[in-house]
Design a protein around this ligand. Structure first.
Ligand code: FES
Ligand code: FES
Length: 165
């Protein structure tokens, strides 16, 4: 039997009828067509499916859709403030060459958002710890670490000030 759930995704409210075994990843990608969140391993090991649920970074492949009923979800589609403007994290990933095939990117950027929201000035070690559980087969990670550091500096000047005002 399907369950009716209400979730807010990137500020928009949705009502869905989902099977009890349907994952949040399936609900986002297949029901809401938000395909920016990737499905890699499907077993909680790669981080490609990471989204933020009520302030916590979670693997959407291991999260049942019914468990997010009434909760707020942020996916990579919610990063950019508008259609013609990128988030500082996205800008930094492009500027530093932190994207190659791009498969890990949405999970990495959501991890970066989660990290920088909780720690606006992370050390390199803290960034690397924040990325634990996120696999990238292309970049060697150094550019991703640099991107998060660059984004953190920019967000301190813009985004956190906006949050405070
Ligand atoms: S697809 Fe969820 S952790 Fe790999
Ligand atoms: S850019 Fe290809 S897996 Fe990270």
């Amino acid at each position: 039997m399907k369950h009716n759930i209400k979730i807010v995704v990137n500020g928009d409210e949705y009502s869905l009828a989902v099977d009890p075994w349907r994952t949040l990843n399936e609900a986002l990608r297949e029901d809401l067509n938000l395909t920016g969140t990737k499905l890699g391993c499907g077993t909680g090991d790669c981080g490609a499916c990471t989204v933020i649920v009520d302030g916590r970074a979670v693997s959407s492949c291991l999260t049942l859709a019914v468990s997010v009923d009434g909760k707020s979800v942020t996916t990579v589609e919610g990063l950019a403030p508008s259609g013609d403007e990128l988030h500082p994290i996205q800008e930094a990933f492009i500027k530093t060459g932190a994207i190659q095939c791009g498969f890990c990117t949405s999970g990495m950027e959501i991890a970066a958002l989660h990290l920088l929201s909780n720690n606006p000035s992370p050390t390199e070690l803290e960034i690397r710890k924040g990325l634990s559980g996120h696999l990238c087969r292309c970049t060697g990670y150094n550019q991703i670490v640099e991107a998060i550091s660059v984004a953190g500096e920019k967000m301190k000047k813009c985004c956190h000030e906006e949050e405070r005002s």
